[in-house]
Write a protein that binds this ligand. Sequence first.
Ligand code: MG
Length: 263
Amino acid sequence: MTNSLVDTLELNRRRLKASKLLAVFDRDGTLAPITDDPRQAVVPREVRDLLARLAQARGVKAGVLSARSLRRLEGDFGGCNLILAGNYGLEIYIPGHEQFRHPQAERWRPLLVRARDSLAEGLGAQTGAILEDHGFSLCLHWHLTPARMRGVVDGAVGSLARDFPDLRVRCLPTSYEIWPPIDWDKSASLDEIKKICGLDDWLCLFAGDSEGDEPAFRWVNAQGGISIRVGEKGDSAATCRLQSQRQIVELLRDLVALRRPDR
Ligand SMILES: [Mg+2]
């Protein structure tokens, strides 16, 4: 294989081929295209199939690590033999292992439900904001909110922060995330996966497209692995950069080809 993405990125082909490999990918903006309505963002069939094939290769574990709920990931990737980490990995399904759930996650669920209902009431029906309940976190997307209604959204989030001081509100470029008071990010999730599976000497690869993926890039770098940021926006700790999501498909194809048993 010549001029593959593996070569373009100057990745070590021999190492990728010979190492035991943990390859984990963010979902939205990395595996699935971003859509106006996040509820409509679908993982392309080709991507799903390539991940499933990669997961079948000897000495490879492949997975998806997302802000979405584990249930949603199971809907996307059920039957693919993939590691699935939802809510940034507060809940993790690993084939052949008991499901991991962060010991504090369940405890905060009733408060999140109350916060969700209170937020929905404060927003009303006219703001165009989309409130997603991921189970152990909430996400409020406001990018479809008309400028004249932004004050209503910000006001509702402000009230939420006052009424539920235990919860954490993260302001992202086009959304708010509402989280329980648990110190956790995607790096903690990768660490948990590595511990549960006993992957001490495995090569780790992680690809993502946003600020929420940066802790995972730093973790992977510290492990001597391969970190890949998709898209040209934003500074990143990732050691590789892909211009577009389309290149993730190319990378998956390269990895599948490299890990074929006859090569
Ligand atoms: Mg993403």
